[in-house]
Structure formats: structure tokens, C-alpha cells
Design a protein around this ligand. Structure first.
Ligand code: NAI
Length: 588
């Protein structure tokens, strides 16, 4: 049976796994630690090797679902590449919840196929521990006519490595390692190994990976495994138990190294293309514990990403979504909002669903009532719900104009107004408007959308002034992200890179207690951030202020009037009026 190409993007998990200090120690013993690294093997002051994160005991169920979802042919499956990104230190016990999805399926023709999946693991302490990007090489699934994988080769420095650390797995090493979860016969059964074309059972690739992880830790940040930030590699050749390996490490920059693990005698590369980043963890200080957040249109796209990240960082979230069509037509359905609430609850967070229409005042009132009834208050509102009805201007029928303004502009008014009352009362609030480059700069066929999106900037400008004395801050994001609104506008390659999650850091920062600004607009997408602003030029006086100047007189001074030299931002209408007055005041 062929690979299921439709599995790309489908959520996998959550898969939950409890572990204790004994699992941590068993893993360390399985990858060769002993009395020389007692910190990984003794429950007193126990530390966790970073590579424990992909120990089979934690991941086997997830990988089984991944295999089933993609329909990968298990007979030809190999672990191709592994990337691990560490967000927080791994505790010595607890419950882990893993969710993810297949991100790419590549076709390597006769050689096979590559299935790439990315997943996040969150600990029962509420912290995201690590992101794992696994590439499975399926030897028997190629030739379906898909795109080939982009090639990424690490170029090792042309000099001796800075560190060489030898590891000697025992002849019985796989017998211990397999107890961490991967009980595949290839690593234990001599007959099976022969059938598969090997002399005898071979080492688990992830066991050798554990040796490499120990080597990196010993050489770059001894005794401080929590400093591992990122570890990537490609599995290259198999290894027999009892054969020594050397991990070669080149320090290439501040907190950066390249590495590979080679056979000590033959020099054959067993694991290659290794990169390692290390340094202190940036502590998760942006938290929303005890905060109540309302995210409109949170059943998909950007809103879903915001709702999940807010909940992971402690917020109680109202997930609002009407569940209608892309153009706002149809009756709507409760399933998108309900699915996101389930995702949040599965990760141990708190959320309730709401299916009201932001486009009506009653809908807005009810969304805020849902927050107050369920969680007692509202601290954060993200006005995110949106639809599109693109038409060139002469074809822009009144209903297309009205419905886009109703959702984007009226929607923000309908939801923010009842929330503002609560925020004013409590003396705290964070409000986000969602604008668009189409509104800020213009786009063909989007007069309705551009007008609505720019109107939201006006709403922000006035509301930031009304909210200032109550610590209510109002800011605006102009996102760029892959969603159903952009799927037919963006080239496929770009679309895949524009994950909505890249927009969340800015939106969350603007929602946080730490946010120092109000009335700002930020463009955000793919990890790029910049601020957009209304800037006013220095201007010029034409005439004497007593007689009305002629258009000709104005034209004569057009350059001075138009130039943005000495451009400045005003925070209030009065600042601009003051500027005009000042132009006619006698200069001191
Ligand atoms: P999306 O279509 O994935 O999400 C919008 C959500 O809003 C949908 O789940 C939809 O069901 C919901 N919704 C629509 N009308 C609603 C209503 N009346 N009441 C409640 N929920 C409603 O799209 P995406 O891209 O995540 O858009 C989010 C916001 O970001 C929108 O305001 C959009 O205009 C804005 N935006 C997105 C850009 C992008 O590159 N994706 C670019 C610029 C702005």
C-alpha cells in the first residue's frame, strides 16, 4: 500500500506517557553511562541526559501512530535524521504529553521516501520541554512522483576536532538499551538479524545517538545537560555491539559546535551532519497564570496558535469560532472551536468553547459572558476572527462590502466593548487588533478588507487613549501566515514555511503584563518582525495664515509639504493640532 500523502498536517496525538527516575537511569545505563557519570545513574541529585527525550519508552506509541497515519511500509523503515530543540530542562519524573503532525513527505525515487514529522512534548509541570523533528527513511515507499528533499550538508572545519571522545558499547549493549522501549528483533535475535542481512544483531541507532549526546555533554558543558539547546544529526551506517566509536566535536562559535560519530578503527561515519547548540535556558517568564483570554476565530489558523500558546503558558482561554466558510457564508459549526478546546485540555490546560458570531452585538456580549461565567473575568482579548470576500472594486457588491466590515471591524467593536467594561473595572487589560498589510499598504481586489483592516488601526488609536489610565493596552498585529485565508495566494514552498506559530511570540508579548507599549502596530511573519507607524512629515506654512493661499502657491511648496524628512509620530490628535498652532506661533 502506498504512503498516505493526505496525512501531511493532520494532528497526531496527544500521546501521554508517565515516567519515573528509574526510566531516566535505565536510559543512561543503556547508552553507556556508569560510575563515571553518576549524575545520570543515581537517584540522588539525578540529572537527565537530553537524548532521553527520544528514548523509545516515551515515543514508541507516538511513532506507532505516525506509522499508521502515514501508512509507511514498516519492513523498509530506518531512522534517517533527528533534530531536537530543547526549551526547558527535562525533570526526572512526571507525565509527558506529545502532539505533532507530519510536515513533509519527500520522494527519493528508487531509493525510497522520507517522512518528516514534528512534535512537541509538554511536561505535567506545564512547561514545553522539547520539539523533536524526526525524519524516517522508508526504503520501500519511493517513486510516487512527489518532490525530492532539499539537501542540507554540514561542512566540517578543515582542521582537527577540538574534542574526541571515545565510547565503547559493550557486546551486550542492545540488551540493556532495548529495555528503554525499542524491542525490535533486529537488535536481539541472531536469526532475525541474519535474515535482515547482518552478521548478528546490530546496535540501535538511537543508542549510538545517546553515546554521542554524552560525548557532547562531556566535552562542551560537563555536568550541565540542561544547557543542551539543539542537537541534530543524520544516521549514516549501522554499528555492531562491542565496536568502539569516537565522537569528533568542533567548536565553531559561541555556544555552537559541529560533530560526527565515527567507527574508532575504520573511521566510517556512523552518525554525521551533527550540529549542536548550547547555553543557558531562557526562562519562560512570559506567563499568563490566572489570566483569562478571549481569542476570536480561534478554531483554526492564527487564532488556534494563539489559544494553544496562551493556554500552555497558564491562561484560561475562551476559544471562540463560528466555524463558517472562508467567506463567512453558511450556518457554521461548533467543531473547530471544540477541537481546539480538546487540544488545550489534552495538554492539561483550561479552555471553554464559544460559537457566537462576532459580527453581532449579541454575539460579542455572549463571548465575554462566556469568559466571565466560566472563569470569572477577562484580561485579554485578541480580535482575530476574519473572512475574505475579494472582488475588484466595481464588482464589490454591497453585501460583500458589508459582511467583511461586519466581521473584522464591527466584530472587534462588538467583542471589545463588553470586555472593556470588565477591564476598566479591574484596572487591567490587553487588547489586540488584527490588521493586514492589505489595509496598511493596499492590495488589489480587497477594498472591503483593506478598509476594515485600516479602520481597526483607528479603533486602536482612540481606544489606547481611553484605556491608558486603567492599564489597558491596545496594540495591533499585521500577520503573515499559512491558513485557509492565504492558501490560494502564496506559493506552496512559502506557504509551508509560514507557520502561524511564528506570529504567536509577538501577539503573546503584546498580551503580557510585561508589554510596555500601547498603540503600536507590528508586522509579523516567519520570524521577521518590524513596526509600522503613521508618520507625519515636517510640513510647511504656505502664505501668512491670514489670506487663503492659492493652489498654485501650494504647488510651489509641494516638495516641502510632501517630504517625510523630520517625520514624526503623534500619540494624540492634540499633538498634530499643536504642531499646526506652533507653525504660526512666533518663534522664540
Ligand atoms: P483562518 O480562516 O484560519 O481563521 C479565521 C477564523 O475566524 C476561522 O476559523 C473562522 O471560522 C473564524 N471566523 C470567521 N468569521 C467569524 C465570525 N463572524 N465569528 C467568529 N469566528 C469567525 O484565517 P487566519 O489567517 O488565521 O486569520 C486570522 C486573522 O488574521 C484574520 O483577521 C485575518 O484577516 C488576519 N490576517 C491573516 C493573514 C495571514 O497571512 N494569514 C494576513 C493578514 C491578516
Amino acid at each position: 500500500m502506498a504512503l498516505n500523502l493526505d496525512s501531511i498536517g493532520k494532528p497526531i496525538g496527544p500521546v501521554t506517557k508517565e515516567y519515573t527516575w528509574k526510566d531516566v537511569v535505565l536510559y543512561a545505563l543503556g547508552v553507556g553511562a556508569g560510575f563515571n557519570e553518576l549524575e545520570y545513574c543515581y537517584e540522588k541529585d539525578l540529572k537527565v541526559l537530553p537524548s532521553f527525550s527520544i528514548a523509545s519508552i516515551l515515543n514508541i506509541d507516538f511513532l506507532a501512530i505516525l506509522a499508521e497515519t502515514t501508512n509507511i511500509n514498516l519492513a523498509g523503515i530506518l531512522h534517517g535524521e533527528q533534530e531536537l530543540i530543547f526549551h526547558n530542562p527535562i525533570p526526572t519524573e512526571g507525565t509527558l504529553t506529545t502532539t505533532g503532525s507530519v510536515t513533509h513527505i519527500y520522494d527519493k525515487g528508487d531509493k525510497g521516501a522520507l517522512v518528516v514529522a514534528e512534535f512537541d512534548t509538554v511536561h505535567s509541570n506545564g512547561k514545553k520541554l522539547y520539539t523533536s523533528i524526526v525524519t524516517l527513511f522508508s526504503r520501500l515507499d519511493g517513486g510516487f512522483g512527489g518532490p525530492d528533499a532539499p539537501v542540507k550538508e554540514v561542512v566540517f572545519p578543515d582542521r582537527d576536532p577540538d574534542h574526541v571522545i571515545e565510547g565503547v558499547p559493550t557486546k551486550d549493549q542492545p540488551l540493556i538499551y532495548r529495555l528503554t522501549g525499542d524491542v525490535f528483533q533486529l537488535h536481539v535475535d541472531p536469526e532475525f538479524a541474519k535474515m535482515a542481512g547482518f552478521e548478528k544483531p546490530i546496535m540501535h541507532g538511537l543508542c549510538t545517538h545517546g553515546y554521542a549526546c554524552r560525548a557532547l555533554t562531556q566535552s562542551l558543558f560537563p555536568g550541565k545537560p540542561e544547557q543542551m539547546r539543539r542537537m541534530t544529526c543524520r544516521f549514516s551506517k549501522t554499528l555492531y555491539p562491542g565496536e568502539a566509536v569516537k565522537t569528533l566535536v568542533w567548536e565553531t562559535g559561541d555556544g555552537q559546535a559541529l560533530w560526527k560519530t565515527v567507527h574508532s578503527e575504520t573511521g566510517v561515519e556512523i552518525i554525521t551532519n551533527g550540529e549542536c547548540e548550547y547555553g543557558d535556558v531562557v526562562e519562560e517568564t512570559v506567563r499568563f497564570d490566572d489570566r483569562v483570554a478571549v481569542v476570536t476565530g480561534a478554531g483554526a489558523g492564527l487564532g488556534r496558535a494563539y489559544a494553544l500558546e496562551l493556554a500552555k503558558r497558564g491562561a484560561k482561554v475562551v476559544v471562540n469560532d463560528l466555524g463558517g466558510a472562508r467567506d463567512g457564508s453558511g450556518k457554521g459549526t461548533s467543531s473547530p472551536a471544540e477541537a481546539v478546546v480538546k487540544e488545550i485540555r489534552d495538554l492539561g490546560g483550561e479552555a471553554v468553547a464559544n460559537f457566537d458570531n462576532v459580527a453581532t452585538p449579541e454575539g460579542g456580549e455572549n463571548i465575554i459572558k462566556t469568559a466571565v461565567d466560566a472563569f470569572g473575568s477577562v484580561d485579554i482579548v485578541i480580535n482575530n476572527a476574519g473572512i475574505l470576500r475579494d472582488k475588484s472594486f466595481t464588482k464589490m457588491a454591497p453585501e460583500n462590502w458589508a459582511s467583511v466590515l461586519a466581521v473584522h471591524l464591527n466584530g472587534a467593536y462588538n467583542v471589545t466593548r463588553p470586555a472593556f467594561r470588565v477591564m476598566k473595572e479591574k484596572g487591567y487589560g490587553r487588547i489586540i487588533m488584527t490588521t493586514s498589510a492589505a489595509g496598511l499598504y493596499g492590495n488589489f481586489g480587497q477594498t472591503n478588507y483593506s478598509a476594515a483592516k485600516m479602520a481597526l488601526v483607528g479603533l486602536m488609536n482612540a481606544l489606547k487613549i481611553e484605556g491608558a489610565k486603567y492599564d489597558i493596552k491596545v496594540n495591533t498585529v499585521a500577520p503573515l501566515a499559512a491558513s485557509r485565508l492565504t492558501e490560494d495566494i502564496m506559493p506552496e514552498d512559502l506557504f509551508k514555511k509560514m507557520k502561524p506559530e511564528f506570529v504567536s511570540p509577538m501577539t503573546l508579548f503584546l498580551c503580557s503584563e510585561e508589554c510596555p507599549v500601547s498603540g503600536n502596530i507590528y508586522n509579523v511573519g516567519m520570524g521577521f518582525f518590524n513596526r509600522a507607524a503613521m508618520v507625519t512629515g515636517g510640513g510647511a506654512v504656505v502664505g501668512d495664515g491670514e489670506t487663503v493661499p492659492s493652489p498654485e502657491a501650494l504647488m510651489a511648496k509641494l516638495e516641502d509639504i510632501t517630504t517625510m524628512d523630520q517625520g514624526k509620530e503623534f500619540q494624540h490628535l492634540n499633538d498634530q493640532v499643536g504642531e499646526i498652532m506652533a507653525a504660526f506661533s512666533p518663534k522664540g
